[in-house]
Every structure is written in C-alpha cells, then in structure tokens.
Design a protein around this ligand. Sequence first.
Ligand SMILES: [Zn+2]
Length: 312
Amino acid sequence: MSSAFAEALAAGDTAAIRSTAKADLHSHLYFAAPIADVERWLGRTVERPPPRMDGLDGMREYARRAINPYMDNWTAFEFVADAAVRHAQSDGVVLLETSIDIWAVRHHPEGLRGVVAFAASLESQFRGQVDFRPEVGFSRSFVSKDQLMSSLSEAIETGVFRSIDMYAHEHDCEPEAVRWIYEKARSHGMKLKAHVGEFGGADEVKRTVEILQLEEVQHGIGAAESAAVMHWLADNRTRLNVCPTSNVVLGAVADLKSHPIRVLYDHGVDVTINTDDLMIFGQSVSDEYLNLYRAGVFTADELEEIRIRSLR
Ligand SMILES: [Zn+2]
C-alpha cells in the first residue's frame, strides 16, 4: 500500500481517515450540518430521516415535515452554516464548496447584501483551516421567479461566490432557459456546476454540459449508461461530483456495491466523493470513502488517487 490514507482505509482506522485532507465539492449548506448538532441547538429531538426515500420528492416530504418547521429562517441558517464548516473541518475537509441557496435573500433582513456579507465572513472566519469557497445555488423551479433570478444575477456580480450550481427536478427547466445566467457566471470567472444525471440519463448529462459549458456535474451518474458519453466526459475533462449515499437513500441506485461510480472511474471520468446533504444522509466525506472501500467498490489505492485528484 502506497500511502497512509490507503493504509488507514484498509485498517478501518477512522481517526486516521478523518485527519487526512479531503475535499467536499457537492454540498448544500442548508442541509450540511449533522442532525445531532441541530438537535442540540434546538434543544429537542428531530425525526430522523428514513433509510430510504422516494427520490427528491420523498426527501422534500421528509424535510417539510421534520426540518423546515424549525430551520427555515435566517438564525437557523447561520447556525447550520457555522456547524457545517466546523464539522467538515473535524472530518479533515480542507476544501469545501457548499452552496448557499439564493432563496436565503428572502430570509435575511438585509436581503442579498446580508447574505453576501455572511458568505464572505464565513470564508474569512475559517481561512487557514478550511478553504471554504462560497457557492451560489438555485432551484430549477426558480427560473420563472423574476425576483429570485435577478437576485442571483446580482449575487454573481458581487464576486464573493466562486461557483454556481443548479438543482431540483430536471423537468422543471430546460438548460437553455438558464444559459444567460451561466454565461454571466462564466464572465465573472466562476466555476460552473449543475445537477444533472442524478435520475436522468446520459444524453441529458451531455446536452446540459454542452449548453451550460459546465466544468463539473453534480451527480451525473446517469452517464454510466453510455460508454460514448463517458469517453466524451473523460476527453472533455468534465468532473462528476458524486454522492454515493445520497444516490442509494433516494433510490437512484440499488446499493453501494453496484454504484456506477466504479464504471465511470473505469472509463476515465474524473469522479470525486462528496456528501450532498449531511443532515439527511448522515455520512461525512470520511464515511463515504470508508463505505466505498468496505463495499468493495474501490481499492484503498484507488480511493487515495481520487482523494488526491479531488484536492486539485
Ligand atoms: Zn446535490
């Protein structure tokens, strides 16, 4: 075995796995803190997520019932953000790209200005410990909401956000409808990401990457159904930020053992390993690495190679 990290995986040494530097490039800040921290802060128990949920709607249903009634306000968001970055730090995450949903402007008393100031302060608070790179995110369902889209456009102009991400149901909006916002983000030097191919197929992944000029795809596991699309992603150096537990819990894949991250890797696609929504899926980046090792998806040396690459 060629590295301390690989040895730690093979030995199941969780302390050593946690203390090794890692990246989390697919995370949503609203859901990024451990649920136990949320309970401590609220001073009450929170209904735990079921082990399996029926896709995005199942997850939304759970959040609507168990999380949103307590956490859908700015004070709670500030708590979660701080707890999330602290937890990431304790898990050895040194590079953290986590999205702040543009919806937050409706919660902050000062609107966009307050949200931007908060993102900048979080970045400086952890400087030297965690390279926290604020990302601005939006749901595909916001495309018809002019005020939110104009807030998003203004958020891009501030220069505080380093990347952009879009999520929720693929059928809620065609990539063409948001090309203008991605062009604007690119002109401001931001990294371009979007969720696609979580439940949808390879053609939609390729089409969305082309139209929005994406550098990274959140999930993108649907690409595994097409060798041609996988080769195209590999040649194009498009990275897929994969969240294995999220895919299993929401039913996108049957189990970890058969997760398509293996096929993607074997076709030369640049894959990384991430958390998605730690509050809901309960697995840190360290946990995700160990889970993949224990399920026999990757060897310890392959996971070390993915870890190193994800930090670049
Ligand atoms: Zn996600």
